[in-house]
Design a protein around this ligand. Sequence first.
Ligand code: DMJ
Length: 572
Amino acid sequence: MGSSRCEKRFVVALLVLLLFAFVNSRGSAFTHKKKVQMREKVRKMFYHAYDNYMAHAFPHDELKPLTKTFTDSLSELGNLNLEYLPQNYNGSALSLIESLSSLIVLGNFTEFERGVIWLSENLTFDVDARVNLFECNIRVLGGLISAHILASENKSLFTNSLYDERLLHLAQDLGQRFLPAFETPTGLPYALINLKHGVIENETTETSTSGCGSLILEMGALSRLTGDSRFERAALRALRKLWSMRSSLNLLGTTLNVLTGEWIEYSSGIGAGVDSFYEYLMKAYILFGRDEYWDMFHSAYLAVQKYFRHGPWYHEADMRSGKATYWQLTSLQAFWPGLQTLVGDISAANLSHREFFYVWKKYGVLPERYLLEHATLHPTEKYYPLRPEFAESTYYLYQATKDPWYLEVGESIISSLNNHTKVDGGFASVRDVSTMKHEDHQHSFFLSETCKYLYLLYDDSFLAGRNFVFTTEGHPLPVRSLWHERLPMTYNPSNWTSSFKDDTKATRVSALESQVCPEMIYGSKVESACHVPDLRVNHRCTSDAECGIDSTNCRKRTCSAASYCGLWPFVH
Ligand code: DMJ
């Protein structure tokens, strides 16, 4: 009996040792060499996409990788009737504009310079093309502004000529062409604008929350760079109007009428039609330091956590009642853990990120829509158009925690993309994730976002010593004290969560934690975001005392038998 107990102890000790060895080997699985290999894989992916675009589609907007032809998608986004386009229209080199900041992140200044010179000499917005204001803002205006800043910072590297600020002039010209869209009684902009003629007669008056509520980063940056305040004023007026339309629950709908300021679709979530609205409130606060943005974001964030969140998932709800409407996961929602990481709500981010990864693994890539109640694909929205959101969140979570598990997730994303979407002529969208049948389209955000976030996951030297905010299209904008009304003390690399490189030094602080965590009194009710991170960034623990407080329901997390903090159910 005594010896068998001893044997058991020995076996247990051995198992513990093996587990330790396994955990350590997982931790060290990503050696520097492996990171370099992964980075090089992503580099190859980017150039496979970029070179094919340049060979078969440039200067048109996007590549059709199966037929090695092109699509002028920017105008098509807003202009279903192609007869609006002039006959000799050659597109707006959209994928080149989108690639510029990625080329700098990859360290290819020569190709960046070539692109800047070509655009400076050839790009014009004086075309009779009807474009989607939001898409044109995040892709073209954002791409040009970011590239202008990067070109100005690296002026001395230009070999063939001096950088003459031409990208900024182009951005200013484009911004001016946007302004007529804002001339509505509400200040909410039309969704579509003709670049040459302004708002056309009988233009649709319907737009989305993200369409009119996420213009402030690019328009604000344009005003700061040019000294012309009209752009920022227009975007801010629209944002304030939109915020004033929130319900008493601090929720917004998805679509609205720009002339009357009335909601059309009352159901909303954190995905399509709304996503970047939340993102831009938080990022505008970081970029411009205005408390107004933080106040809006804070209220909106609490409302999302309260009415949309169900465990790690986010469903949709009616803005008036807060009652759940659609129980669906959408691919666009996958940006949310990244945004939560910026806020410092790491454990909530980690939980959701794991669920997105579960669905990613189930299908090989993320389907556009997934029915949570039935754990199945949506009957029609089964596609995966090379979206970046899941890679983006993986990048943010790795930056904040340095947990090598996220590097493994990145590896899995990279192999899925290479296995399922790489074709001879570039990277093709997936039409149906259950068959992996392709669609002839390489979206420009694959170049500006998907590849960029994956590259930064393994090599973030571009960011060394600098603070950048990435726009919703992945274009970096520097956080400048000159643009700031008040530099947030917490947005400082030394006390930001990204500095937690060493597990033993981790402390329970998070970016902007002081503003997320305090209790707020609404009437007599105490409401709180109450997030306290777990002691260790990898959520490992030896006792309950090392676990934090869950941000959604404010319940204390406990340490499981497997030494992991979580909201574990009681086992009787
Ligand atoms: C991108 O254009 C942007 O990330 C946008 O905010 C959402 N959709 C695509 C990528 O999926």
